[in-house]
Design a protein around this ligand. Sequence first.
Ligand code: A2P
Length: 266
Amino acid sequence: MSVTAPAKSANPAFFEETVTEVRHWTDRLFSFRCTRDPAFRFSAGQFAMIGLRVEGKPLLRAYSMGSPPWDEGLEFLSIKVPDGPLTSRLQHIQAGETVLIGRKPVGTLLLDNLRPGKTLWLVCTGTGLAPFLSLVREPEAYDRFERVVVQHTVREVAELAFRDMIEGLPEHEVLGELVAGKLHYLPSVTREAFPRQGRAPDLFGSGRLTEELGLPPISPEHDRVMLCGSEAFNADMKAFLEGRGFREGSNHEPGAYVLEKAFVEK
Ligand code: A2P
């Protein structure tokens, strides 16, 4: 009698991965790492359906991969919604437990969806930072642009998740040389004292961000922008950029900016 090993995934639509690390940033925000099947391939900026099996059925939501494509594991950033069907459970996940990872990564926040330019602005609020955690560690971003700027806006300082990781990239043993002098991190906080305060459209509108970097006002001629945040943030930034002549790019035609909604579970 021959015994065949059980397939790694019981459901061909998902990879079943093991949680390796959980980090709670605030009572509203957490992140977790898990193992990654080598067959799960994605581009920096993409998202996939992530979740848990609940009463035998998969319960999934869209999550951007926060880890870069070269990382052997996967990392995700999530809010905690007390009565959210998925996050009320997912926030209690522990190392050793199983998460489901949908097999098909998708999304528009891709370097290929932007025309060539000089400065790449990664502008986000809250968990909208996730795709940019991947992109800031994607060597291709530094090959294509002279500088990469992360502008993350949150309510409170403690919500500046992965601040140490981003600030430490110039000293990273592999990426450091590529990133040093090219990566700029300009976080902003809206409801607590902080050196940089206010919402992105105001910070851009006043010229503060470009001035801090010694750059001319933002323009579709040399700036490229990726947006990821709440619907209100995306709408306001889109209106601001389009008012300055920026045209949106897509998977069909590259443009001067691209946007994706941060996946907040209602
Ligand atoms: P504010 O504190 O002024 O509302 P949230 O935690 O609600 O998702 O918000 C994350 C960050 O996004 C907060 O700093 C918030 O600022 C900011 N924000 C909310 N709405 C907008 C908007 N329409 N444009 C830009 N930033 C916004």
